[in-house]
Design a protein. Structure first.
Length: 185
């Protein structure tokens, strides 16, 4: 089991959207290079970092303004506790912790016959997709395969309107680079 910080949007256009963060250090901002990309014009490309130190989580501003914790502006490293309300740009998130199975990151609670694609895990880790959305994409992929057509996970997610073309290209480029780094002679 791995402990994750979960940010659930409670205000703004993305009410109900959840971002699960399980890395030791994750960046948040409007830039596609961030681990959690938020489409908010009030955030800079790299606006903040979320850091895990032992069993505690902290937010660290990387740009001035646009961050408050329980209504108080954040100017330095601040601890995030379950029940806190974290405002990033124009959206407020409820902070919670969750235990996730390491290999099931991105998988829904119901068993899937096929494992969750690495691309699905990538999008969940970065807060772009929820585990529920990954499950919907995998189901759709299986339905399409049953009719004799094979489509990649990313194409289906894009066609369902759950990810943008830029997000898909960024993910594929990162996976290609990781593959080349691992298997380069």
């Amino acid at each position: 089991m791995v402990k994750a910080l979960v940010l659930t949007a409670i205000t703004g256009a993305q009410i109900g959207r959840r971002y699960a963060i399980s890395e030791r250090i994750s960046t948040i901002g409007s830039g596609s290079q961030c681990d959690v990309t938020l489409n908010d014009r009030h955030l800079s490309a790299r606006h903040a970092e979320i850091r895990q130190i032992f069993d505690r989580w902290f937010i660290v501003p990387l740009a001035p303004g646009g961050i408050s914790l329980n209504g108080i502006p954040v100017r330095g490293q601040s601890r995030l506790n379950p029940g806190d309300q974290l405002t990033l740009g124009s959206t407020t998130y409820l902070v919670s912790y969750e235990e996730l199975e390491e290999r099931a990151l991105g998988a829904a609670t119901e068993a899937l016959t096929a494992s969750v694609p690495r691309l699905g895990e990538y999008f969940v880790r970065r807060g772009i997709l929820t585990p529920d959305q990954v499950t919907r994409i995998v189901r759709r992929q299986r339905d399409i395969q049953a009719s004799g057509v094979t489509l990649p996970f990313g194409q289906i997610a894009y066609e369902m309107g759950l990810i943008s073309r830029a997000q898909l290209e960024q993910a594929l480029n990162e996976q290609r680079a990781e593959f080349q780094a691992r298997f380069h002679d």
